[in-house]
Write a protein that binds this ligand. Structure first.
Ligand code: MN
Length: 517
């Protein structure tokens, strides 16, 4: 069951628990990210994907906090998903009754346990909190709920008192306990020590870890807790969550799989697409250099790296992008090596002579030296000019009309030339840019199914008349192409970028992205 290739050989190989449960809290703790608010429908969309991914528990929300949250938990609880559906609650009858009413299978009952929280926040004593724990766990069990008893701020609480709260809860019927590193102050060593102690002193089937990333150690602390015997972890997609976020689900599962050789009941190849969906629906971008799912996680530009990559992908990749449903990309720029540029050109269907290549390669480097990002569309334009090819633009924009405003749905219609033939498309969108891109996609979709994979925009100068720069990445099957558009008008800049990206993908009928062995 273990197939570690270059994982660290441990001098003290404590086994991990045989079954590690995954409790996803993207829709509860993740949604508490500042600026994020998901509608019940969008929560359901994410819940369905999490279910398909294979998590054991989906924390769907906090039923008592609003009508919308109640509706979301209900919607997800009624969706017939495989995963257990959970709702968070404070230690009050009202909160517990709301969870019971929502139809959730389980309750994540949060009880503060540090003196700071007990005295400053609750204005109660330790004894009173023990009583609350006993009464509320009983009430939740009597309401027919599976009880996950969570100790808030557990890592700043008195250790003996923490264990007392847990044993009191377990006696009252709690099914699982969670020690929360609410403000992210654990280190891997302290995490190991805490969870070893809890595992040895408590008689409960599930001990869970819940980490925050304030010092960037949430994933390391989670893995340390699991090594110490915790058999469930809380995590979120993209590491969303309050402040610096929660432990990132994708980082934990790929670490356990690749570095420790554990087999998890998770469909790893879905991680990239679910990360994209969560990013899109929450509006929180994934940082480009984020592990596992970041835009640059599998992108190579420097000559030394691309050359190594083309010889053998493992030279500069610890993770095969296909494992998580990602794509390897070779980018062109001043750090590029000839092998990488040649591979990208060949994927576009172009094979320059040695002499042409030398000229072309020099132009790519020169553009990079001037501080220019060399997109695939730029590379194609340079290649066409050096190779003396007539500029091949399979798609030409003839006309576009966009209507938007506060009383109408944004609507766009386009007239294009596709391989010399006129085609039309009309579509709606959340705004004018979205509508315009949808209309183009619709016009060409039967002949050329191409999707927009990434869209970034920035204003180059200040003011409402600023030049706007739009960068896109388009995808057709397993090929991708980057392109840029710069205009004063954001819709037109977007059209330029999207259409030139599409043109790269259609122009020379390349067959396959650069696919190093
Ligand atoms: Mn939390």
């Amino acid at each position: 069951m273990r197939d570690v290739k270059w994982g660290i050989a441990l001098s003290n190989p404590d086994p991990f628990p045989s079954k590690i449960r995954i409790f996803d809290t993207t829709l509860r703790d993740g949604e508490q990210t500042p600026g994020v608010s998901l509608t019940p429908e969008n929560k359901l969309r994410i819940a369905k994907r999490l279910d398909n991914l294979g998590v054991d528990v989906i924390e769907a929300g906090f039923a008592a906090v609003s009508e919308g949250e109640m509706e979301a938990v209900k919607l997800i609880a009624d969706a017939g998903l495989q995963a257990e559906i959970c709702s968070a609650a404070r230690g009050t009858r009202g909160d517990i009754d709301a969870v019971a009413k929502s139809g959730a299978d389980s309750i994540h009952l949060i009880i503060p346990v540090s003196d700071l929280h007990i005295e400053a926040k609750l204005k109660k004593t330790r004894e009173q909190v023990l009583q609350i724990t006993r009464d509320m766990v009983k009430h939740a069990k009597d309401s027919g709920l599976t009880v996950e008893l969570s100790a808030e701020d557990a890592t700043r609480a008195d250790r003996e008192y923490l264990k007392k709260v847990f044993s009191t809860g377990v006696e009252a019927g709690a099914d699982r306990v969670v020690a929360c590193d609410t403000v992210g102050v654990l280190t891997p060593e302290r995490s190991y020590d805490l969870f070893r102690d809890l595992r040895q002193s408590l008689d409960v089937p599930v001990v869970s870890v819940h980490c925050h990333n304030d010092f960037g150690m949430a994933v390391a602390n989670t893995v340390a807790a699991l090594r110490a015997g915790a058999n469930q972890f809380h995590a979120t997609i993209n590491g969303l969550g309050e402040r610096a976020g929660n432990a990132s689900l994708e980082e934990i599962v790929v670490t356990l799989h690749n570095l420790y050789g554990l087999k998890l009941d998770i469909k790893l190849q879905q991680l990239y697409s679910i990360s994209q969906l969560v990013s899109r629906l929450t509006g929180i971008y994934v940082q480009p250099n984020k592990a596992i799912v970041g835009e640059n996680a599998f992108t190579h530009e420097s000559g030394i790296h691309t050359q190594g990559m083309l010889a053998h992908t493992s030279t500069y990749e610890a993770i095969n992008p296909e494992l998580v449903g990602g794509t390897r990309r070779l980018a062109s720029g001043k750090h590029s090596g000839s092998a990488g540029v040649r591979a990208t050109l060949s994927a576009m269907g172009l094979t320059p002579t040695e002499e042409q290549f030398a000229e072309l390669f020099q132009r790519v480097k020169a553009a990079g030296d001037k501080g220019k990002i060399v997109t695939d569309a730029d590379l194609l334009a340079i290649a066409e000019s050096v190779l003396g090819l007539s500029k091949k633009k399979p798609i030409q924009l003839l006309e576009i009309t966009v209507v938007s405003g506060n009383t109408v749905t944004a609507t766009a219609s386009v007239r294009l030339k596709l391989n010399g033939k006129e085609v039309n498309g009309a579509a709606i969108g959340v705004g004018p840019v979205d509508a315009a891109i949808n209309a183009v996609k619709k016009a060409i979709q039967e002949v050329e199914p191409i999707n927009l994979e990434q869209y970034n925009v920035k204003a180059i100068t200040g003011g409402t008349d600023a030049m706007v720069e739009v960068m896109v990445r388009m995808r057709k099957g397993n090929r991708t192409a980057t392109a840029m558009g710069v205009r004063e008008d954001i819709v037109m800049a977007s059209m330029d970028a999207v259409i030139s990206g599409m043109n790269v993908l259609i122009a020379y009928n390349g067959n396959g992205a650069p696919k190093p062995s």
